[in-house]
Design a protein around this ligand. Structure first.
Ligand SMILES: Cc1cc2nc3c(=O)[nH]c(=O)nc-3n(C[C@H](O)[C@H](O)[C@H](O)COP(=O)(O)OP(=O)(O)OC[C@H]3O[C@@H](n4cnc5c(N)ncnc54)[C@H](O)[C@@H]3O)c2cc1C
Length: 333
């Protein structure tokens, strides 16, 4: 089926335009939907990259995950004791230092399935298909249902499109939806720190933030999170906040906050339960929005799930996930 993508600016103009994203499964047991969802998303992405990802810079180098307190650490240790070492393994002391390349703030858990990816290259590689036609500078300003049930999309410069199936994949910009959707937005700023030849970081080191290995000469530190904040410019105060984040990860890695430089500012589309809204909201109209802090890891799997459901093809996840991601699960706003 041929697809036309109508994009207000250009592909990867929104959250997906960050220079790097961490893709990692959240560790946790069967009772943790985020763990199941993120593991499935990363697995799907790895399979896609193995087939089509030669032009997408990425590395599944693994992540060293620390916890905020002893209670969470003990819980994760109990979980790790039930799993294979190639899924999660506890590291402490010298072994943790060697794994990370630098001394982490505490013992933690190695997640070998995690990695980093260049989101912009991923978006372009996914759109590079003979049946996908991308229209840039094409802002949809109205969405109306025709008498025959198809949808009419009006662009800002006057052009009109009609389609029997429409998918809104607009992150937090859901105001054109005929049904109000429960999505908020939260600003985030990345920071970077230059690579130092004698201070390599081998894996992603994370807790309530992360630092990546050096990619193109810099380590990326992420990310601040601010609600009700529309400021699109990078702020020094946010870099200092990210420097504090780094201190909680690798306390000896950098002593001078002056080495931290501003990275990109973007907005996450957030939901109450930290799962996206994916599925049909009306005949011929579906959404895939609200991908929060995991959209690079999980939105591709959601696209596959949605399209498989619409086309009556085998689903990439158990059917129950169509209910869990139901865009109307919170009720209309
Ligand atoms: C600081 C920060 C750090 C992050 N780190 C990570 C990470 O490490 N790992 C991870 O997995 N995720 C991360 N995320 C989240 C991830 O970036 C997002 O979840 C993901 O990019 C969402 O993709 P999307 O396609 O849904 O939305 P977007 O990439 O925002 O794309 C939505 C597109 O819709 C277009 N659009 C909107 N309205 C219209 C309209 N009316 N007409 C036409 N086009 C329209 C926009 O121009 C935009 O290009 C991070 C996000 C932020 C902000």
């Amino acid at each position: 089926m041929a697809v036309t993508v109508l994009e207000r600016e250009q592909p990867a103009a929104g959250g997906s335009g960050n220079p790097v994203a961490v893709v990692r499964p959240e560790p946790g047991g069967a009772d943790n939907p985020i763990a199941e969802f993120s593991a499935a998303g990363v697995r799907w992405l790895q399979e896609w990259l193995a087939q089509h990802g030669s032009v997408v810079p990425h590395a599944f180098c693994g992540a060293f995950r620390m916890t905020r307190d002893q209670r969470r650490h003990d819980k994760l240790r109990d979980y790790a004791s039930t799993r294979a070492h190639d899924e999660i393994a506890e590291f402490s002391g010298v072994a943790a230092d060697q794994l990370c390349g630098q001394a982490p703030a505490s013992s933690g858990f190695f997640l070998p399935q995690a990695g980093w990816i260049d989101p912009v290259a991923l978006v372009h590689a996914m759109l590079d298909h003979p049946l996908i036609h991308v229209r840039t500078r094409a802002e949809v300003i109205a969405l109306d249902q025709n008498a025959d049930g198809s949808w009419q999309l009006s662009l800002s410069e006057g052009e009109i499109f009609s389609a029997s199936q429409v998918v809104m994949a607009t992150a937090y910009a859901t105001q054109l939806s005929p049904v109000p959707l429960a999505v908020d937005r939260a600003r985030g700023q990345l920071s970077v720190i230059p690579e130092q030849a004698d201070r390599a970081i081998h894996v992603i080191v994370c807790r309530d933030g992360y630092i990546t290995p050096a990619i193109n000469g810099v380590h990326t530190i992420g990310a601040t999170i601010q609600y009700d904040d529309e400021d699109g410019s990078a702020r020094r105060s946010d870099d200092l906040e990210n420097f504090q984040r780094l201190q909680r990860l690798l306390p000896d890695f950098a002593k001078d906050p002056g080495v931290v430089r501003s990275g990109r500012v973007a907005w996450r589309a957030t939901t109450q339960d930290r799962l996206p809204l994916v599925g049909r909201i009306a005949a011929g109209l579906s959404v895939s929005v609200g991908h929060g802090s995991r959209g690079i890891a999980c939105a591709p799997l959601c696209a596959e799930l949605l399209v498989a459901a619409l086309c009556g093809e085998p689903l990439p996840m158990v059917r129950d996930w169509l209910n869990r991601l139901d865009p109307l699960r919170f009720g209309p706003r």
